[in-house]
Design a protein around this ligand. Structure first.
Ligand SMILES: [Zn+2]
Length: 203
């Protein structure tokens, strides 16, 4: 527990998806349910990396919005129970780096907190797909999710593609890596974030 740091710094905006319902594919505010609320906790090694972003954020007058950080295993189980389908959440909490506090889901914003354009919203959130997913129909969502890949290309949204690649370069410049399958442009983690160096934290 002493390895966990709460992000509380004006260069970062904390607005956790699972603390509320407005940008939440599962329709369940599980962080409210378990008493975590809108608190972004990260392993201190991850915080060391994130702090290295600050000079860049000051120079560009941008902020990094945190949509997801440490996910307590109990919350992970509740989320999986909400959408118990393969390919949405990993069934086993111990396989998620979020449960080890070694991953964040992020997007850059302007100084006023407006998110930059990206090929999808974080978590590929979309109200229509959220409703379908909550009803057990993931077909449309998985099609939509293809746009979230770091390798997705679409000449009609060049600015969004540029912003995505920019974010990727920035996060890698402070020592973080994308999700192994590269299918979530918003997810960055410590290179050893899925290993026993960082055990699952029961909160
Ligand atoms: Zn993530």
């Amino acid at each position: 527990m002493q390895d966990l740091i709460e992000i509380n710094d004006s260069h970062f905006i904390v607005d956790l998806m699972y603390a509320g319902l407005k940008h939440n594919m599962t329709g369940r505010a599980v962080y409210r349910e378990i008493g975590l609320g809108n608190r972004a906790l990260v392993h201190k090694d991850l915080w060391t990396c994130l702090q290295k972003l600050i000079p860049h954020l000051e120079q560009t007058r941008q902020k990094l919005k945190i949509f997801e950080a440490f996910r307590p295993p109990r919350a992970h189980r509740l989320l999986f129970a909400a959408i118990p389908q393969d390919g949405f959440f990993i069934p086993e909490a111990e396989k998620s780096p979020h449960c080890r506090a070694t991953a964040v889901d992020v997007a850059l914003t302007n100084a006023d907190g407006t998110e930059l354009a990206y090929p999808t919203l974080v978590d590929a959130y979309d109200e229509t797909y959220a409703k379908e997913v909550q009803n057990g129909n993931l077909t449309g969502f998985f099609e939509h999710l293809k746009k979230a890949s770091l390798d997705y290309q679409d000449p009609s949204i060049l600015e969004a593609i540029h912003n995505r690649d920019d974010l990727c370069r920035l996060m890698q410049s402070v020592g973080l890596i994308p999700v192994p399958r590269r299918h979530e442009w918003w997810h960055y983690e410590l290179p050893e974030g899925r290993t026993d160096k960082y055990p699952v934290i029961d909160w």
